[in-house]
Design a protein around this ligand. Structure first.
Ligand code: 26M
Length: 824
């Protein structure tokens, strides 16, 4: 493809060693005598960083010359994980680096393990942003990611006495080789202050936002190389610094303490990622983060646009801005403000540009996750924006009134401002009104958006704004990198590795589904991956698990709607059943390892109790000599991207068991199936489309459908439904103290009884247990299972993030690839 593949190897190896040693000795001032794995990781990373920067520069120069329409992907979260391995693979230099380091006495695998994850995200939404960056780069799109450089990523989870405890993730402690500090790229961001009304001589009125406090946003660039291509895009992360003028003034007054305080309060803005997933918190610092982020980002995008001296009317044809959920929605009133207050455009001309520029992805239907900000809070922090939001709302409601005259209730329902004490801004409504396109992230979810959450808007826009783009995952990290044995085997069977960039190729694996030799090899690779996970589990928890048991895995954020509670109740049900069997009967059971991992939001009391229950059940089950390997329960602490790369290739079954209609898409479901794991799940999110692609024989579906949920909830509220008797049995065991002090679990159990069982655990329990039994039966048939597993991987073409990104590019962003000539 390009030069890295062509260079004669020995010279290239020498060059790598030379650059490695140069960084070790010059950049880090170490010698060969005090080299450890971490030092070697740094040397390797910096040598790779040089290559990234070369490619990045060539890319940016090319884009500046061609000046194509660009997309800006705005996300408060990027969950990138580690970079060394993925960069080596993208640049096509992994083998040669391995050799070069081998000769120096280092094992590449050890160095890869030294890197700390970049964990600037909570879960699905943040990891999706990272997968999309990989695809944008790989498909040669001219794209930029924009985010925040939090000093603390998602907290580190430790389990103490069965409970989650949180520790700060100060990930920058030992430096970050994957970022380039750009002290020269910085912008001022204003908060608070006042709005001055100015009447010009001709009578026109304009507004100026003045005073208040200023902070500075400094850029940190993270290059993202495409796989096997020159294109290397950029994620620009903003870090807050105090504005210089402020401390000067205060130092001159001799007010040193105050100056330092101001500095702290500026730096606070980008200090910590809010650890809430699918739950909104109305904290002012979070609102500051959001505005700080969009303010710096828009200044940067506008500066780039202005370099080409085009008229403002060209802006939407040169710039497309994607909002990753409502978190960056303040970008809409901010662009409107810049255009009218600073650039002197009329309201209508400005609004036309704004609505042609933005598009918005919704990631959740949970009401508690929909962002609402108190009007007084915005008024205080961003007075001019609050005025503009009121005006946007006024003009919007005038159009609604025109279309549906006299419909007062409709106006109330559709108002961006929710009435109440205080009033609230409904950020999703603002995002819809200010965007040209709104999308959901899986077919079912997009339909729920249209029919259940925003039906008034669908009616108003006559269906022309709402669409679906089903999520995808990058096959580079989630198969090629995390499962090298399976990746090599697939390449060998298909006769080419082109599937890594063209997942449609996987369909050809279907031919091998009944091939006994392929099945054997396929399952041998699965077993290797299970051994790798078993070793990891042993090293972390001291629990010995058998790689010959069925690995049944549920790893994701802990949340009531995801129903980890139902999973552990199912485990208890299994345990109670096993205890009643004779040893002879027990020996015929399929041995099962049930793995859990995931973080709870620190303030989410019920979710934290679920973690405690899982650990308490594990304590009893794992130490029951009658049970042995027939059932083991493990909670792996501190789930993150790197752990996912070990866990996902090792599953026989993975659970995606959200109450139907609550999981917008899910993306780990795709990762498991891509690695030949079978889903046991509800008819929800992307599970549905996965089932359509791989065939219903290869997925264990259970539970009620989304359209049944509302009626059942209604009945639950009035206790019209008896609790499932098997579930009652399980709760009795908890209440008897089988798993420790039952008082601890009372509030958790109460969610099913007095709490009205909002997530329908009782309703779904029988069919859940039945699906589990079906999976035991199916697993006994080794040939049948191998076939299912192969057909799973073979059916996953659709779920490449390359497909998702091409859809966004063609249907929403209207951007084209801008291929950078390979000149290195
Ligand atoms: C909001 C306000 C304050 C603090 C945090 C938040 C917040 C942060 C993350 C709210 C929601 C957040 O993430 C939601 C999320 O991850 N949604 C998931 O998105 C995935 C990608 O589309 C889907 O696959 C999942 O189904 C969906 O739950």
């Amino acid at each position: 493809l390009w030069k890295e593949f062509e260079t004669p190897e020995p010279a290239e190896i020498k060059a790598i060693q030379k650059s490695f040693l140069r960084h070790v000795t010059k950049t880090f001032a170490r010698t060969a005598f005090n080299m450890d794995n971490f030092g070697s990781y740094q040397g390797t990373a910096y040598s790779l960083r040089d290559r990234l920067i070369d490619k990045w520069n060539i890319t940016q120069q090319h884009h500046t010359r061609e000046d194509p329409k660009r997309v800006y992907y705005l996300s408060l979260e990027f969950l990138l994980g580690r970079s060394l391995d993925s960069c080596l693979l993208s640049l096509g230099v992994k083998d040669i680096y391995k050799k070069a380091l081998d000769e120096l006495g280092f094992r590449l695998e050890d160095l890869i393990g030294e890197e700390v994850d970049a964990a600037l995200g909570n879960g699905g939404l943040g990891r999706l942003a990272a997968c999309y960056m990989d695809s944008l780069a790989t498909l040669d799109y001219p794209a930029w990611g924009y985010g925040i450089r939090y000093n603390y990523g998602i907290f580190k989870q430790l389990i103490v006495d069965g409970y989650q405890t949180e520790f700060p993730d100060y990930w920058l402690n030992f430096g970050n080789p994957w970022e380039i500090e750009r002290l020269d790229v910085s912008y001022e961001v204003r908060f608070r202050g006042y709005v001055n009304k100015v009447t010009e001589e001709d009578g026109t009125i304009s507004y100026v936002w003045e005073g208040g406090e200023k902070v500075v946003a400094v850029a940190y660039d993270v290059p993202i190389p495409g796989y096997g291509t020159m294109n290397t895009i950029n994620i620009r992360l903003w870090s807050a610094k105090p504005a210089r003028e402020f401390d000067f003034a205060m130092f001159n007054d001799g007010n040193y303490e105050k100056a330092v305080e101001e500095q702290k309060s500026a730096e606070n803005i980008t200090s910590v990622l809010y650890p809430n997933d699918n739950h909104m918190v109305g904290k002012i610092l979070r609102l500051k983060q959001q505005y700080f982020f969009v303010c710096a980002t828009l200044q940067d995008a506008i500066r780039r646009f202005k370099k080409t001296n085009r008229p403002w009317s060209d802006f939407p044809y040169q710039v497309s801005i994607q909002l990753n959920d409502t978190h960056p929605t303040l970008g809409i009133p901010e662009l409107q403000r810049i255009l009218i207050d600073e650039e002197g455009l009329s309201w209508d001309d400005a609004w036309d540009i704004v609505t042609k520029t933005f598009s918005f992805t919704n990631h959740t239907v949970l009401p508690e996750a929909l962002e609402r900000w108190a009007v007084p809070l915005i008024q205080d922090l961003l007075p001019r924006h609050m005025m503009i939001i009121f005006d946007i709302n006024l003009f919007f409601l005038q159009k609604v009134e025109k279309k549906f005259p006299g419909d007062r209730d409709r106006l109330r329902r559709m108002s961006i401002i929710e009435e109440g004490h205080p009033q609230n801004v409904r950020m999703a409504f603002l995002a819809i009104v200010g965007s040209h396109t709104v999308n959901g992230v899986a077919a079912l979810h997009s339909n729920l958006i249209k029919n259940d959450i925003f039906p008034d808007f669908v009616e108003f826009y006559e269906g022309n704004k709402f669409t679906n783009v089903t999520n995808g995952i990058t096959p580079r990290r989630w198969l090629h990198q995390c499962n090298p044995a399976l990746s090599d085997f697939i390449t060998q069977k298909l006769g080419s590795d082109s599937w890594v960039k063209d997942l449609e190729q996987l369909k050809k694996l279907k031919e091998f589904a009944d091939d006994a030799a392929v099945q054997k090899q396929w399952m041998a690779i699965k077993r290797q991956n299970k051994v790798r996970l078993a070793d990891y589990i042993h090293s972390i928890t001291s629990i010995q698990v058998s790689p010959d048991s069925l690995f049944d895995i549920q790893v994701k954020r802990i949340h009531e709607y995801k129903r980890q509670f139902m999973n552990i109740l199912g485990v208890i049900h299994r345990y109670l059943r096993l205890k009643k069997l004779t040893p002879e009967q027990r020996a015929k059971e399929v041995p099962r390892l049930v793995v859990f991992a995931g973080k709870s939001a620190p303030g989410y009391f019920i979710a934290k109790l679920v973690i405690k229950l899982i650990n308490s059940v594990g304590e009893v089950v794992n130490n029951d000599p009658e049970i042995g390997d027939i059932l083991k329960v493990v909670f792996i602490p501190n789930y993150n991207v790197s752990l996912a790369e070990i866990i996902i290739p090792a599953s026989d079954i993975s659970q995606h068991i959200s109450t139907a209609g609550t999981e917008a898409s899910g993306t780990s479901n795709m990762k498991f199936v891509l690695n030949g794991g079978i889903i046991l799940g509800t008819v929800d999110g992307a599970n549905i489309e996965i089932g359509e692609e791989i065939g219903e024989d290869n997925i264990f579906f259970f539970g009620v459908k989304a359209d049944e949920v509302e009626d059942i909830r209604h009945l639950n509220r009035y206790r019209k439904i008896e609790m499932d008797p098997d579930l009652r049995n399980v709760l009795d065991a908890i209440e008897r103290g089988t798993f420790g002090d039952p008082k601890i679990f009372e509030p958790l159990v109460a969610t099913l009884t007095v709490g009205g069982d909002y997530y329908l655990i009782s309703k779904d329990f029988a069919s859940y247990i039945e699906a589990q039994a079906d999976s035991d039966e199916a697993y006994k048939d080794k040939v049948g299972w191998a076939k299912k597993s192969i057909l799973c991987t073979a059916g996953m073409s659709k779920f490449s993030s390359d497909r998702s990104i091409n859809e966004y590019a063609e249907r929403i962003w209207k951007i084209k690839p801008c291929t950078v000539p390979a000149t290195l």
